[in-house]
Ligand binder design. Structure first.
Ligand code: PHE
Length: 338
């Protein structure tokens, strides 16, 4: 017995394992139920009584030693495994350049930020919508040219389902599901069937706004838009409202800002007028409120809508709309610190 213990001690001192699997085999060889050390413990009952004390001690020492050895080897493997996981050898030697925010996203966030400071929250809706939400609820007569095939992309030739041509469709959704006070911004992509050029694209982005409550007036609209223009283009910015027409607002207006390039003196950018157009707006037509289930004798509202591309062009002097969707990194990188 004693010799066996000595021999096993010597073996265990030399133990080596190349991987976790080998280590597990060693554990089984020595310490499992049928392991060599366990067998010695089984033989222990045959040891003469006077030797039991000494042999018992040796056996225990052997078992502890084997256990410790195996534990040490296991920790070694676990540590080297961690080290391997931390060094990713597939990584490129050069650092990967981080992306930048798209200029349209930057400007959209800025518009939302400015209006959120005066209580507007964001509402979103589907890009594929039905005739009622895009046109019908918004007081477009059935024969209105905007419903024409020239402007609208219809889905599968179904004249009732279309790609929205403006995010006013989200406003009709909000008005049919909520009662005033309503104060929402509707950002999103819109589609119009136009030939692609520097000045037009078949899709672009809008932020529209809607405020419906008791006693909302045109003066409120004008003040909100003046605040917006000055936050966006600088404290010296002037605005002017020109009468216009939209089916869903009455009265309607288009808003110009003093040219932010020449400060209103006149330059080629503003065609020497000193003014550039930035958005459409007006008081929500009572027909629209009624169509959406809001009592037009109690409530009034204003709405406005702007193209994000247009605002971005003005703010960063981008003169070709196509740049926004070509994903040329030389263009996009210029907005890294914007
Ligand atoms: N929906 C209009 C457009 O797409 C913009 C607009 C919104 C005008 C709200 C007035 C009021 O051109």
């Amino acid at each position: 017995m004693k010799e066996k213990i000595q021999a096993l001690r010597a073996q265990i001192e030399q133990l080596k394992a190349a991987n976790q699997e080998e280590l597990e085999n060693l554990r089984i060889k020595y310490l499992s139920k049928k392991g060599e050390i366990t067998e010695l413990f089984n033989d222990f009952r045959n040891v003469p009584n006077e030797q039991k004390r000494e042999i018992g001690q040796l056996l225990n020492e052997l078992k502890n030693m084997a256990q410790e050895k195996i534990n040490t080897l296991r920790t070694m493997f676990e540590q080297s495994q961690c080290a391997k996981e931390e060094t990713d050898l597939s990584r490129t030697a050069d650092p990967v350049a981080l992306g930048t925010r798209h200029p349209l996203s930057l400007v959209r966030e800025e518009i939302i930020d400015i209006f959120s400071r005066i209580g507007f929250t964001v509402a979103e809706g589907p890009e594929v919508d039905d005739d009622w939400h895009v046109f019908g609820a918004l007081n477009f007569p059935p024969e209105h040219p905007a419903r024409d095939m020239q402007d609208t992309f219809f889905v599968e030739k179904n004249p009732d389902i279309m790609l929205r041509t403006h995010t006013s469709s989200v406003q009709s959704r909000v008005m049919t599901t909520q009662q005033p006070p309503i104060r929402v911004l509707c950002p999103g992509r819109v589609y119009r069937n136009e030939a692609i050029s520097a000045r037009a694209h078949c899709f672009f982005h809008q932020v529209e706004g809607l405020y419906v409550d008791k006693n909302v007036s045109f003066a409120d609209l004008k003040q909100a838009l003046l605040y917006f223009a000055r936050e966006m283009f600088g404290a010296d910015t002037q605005i002017r409202l020109r009468p216009s027409y939209f089916p869903f607002t009455e009265p309607s207006a288009e808003m110009d800002i003093s040219c932010n390039l020449c400060g209103g003196k006149g330059c080629s950018f503003c065609k020497h007028t000193g003014w550039v157009e930035i958005l459409g707006c007006g008081m929500v037509d009572p027909n629209v409120l009624e169509a959406c289930g809001i009592d037009s004798r109690v409530y009034t509202g204003y709405a406005f809508g702007m193209g994000i591309e247009r605002i971005t062009n003005l703010k960063y002097q981008v003169n070709d709309l196509r740049l926004f969707s070509e994903n040329d990194v030389r263009f996009l990188r210029q907005f890294e610190h914007a």
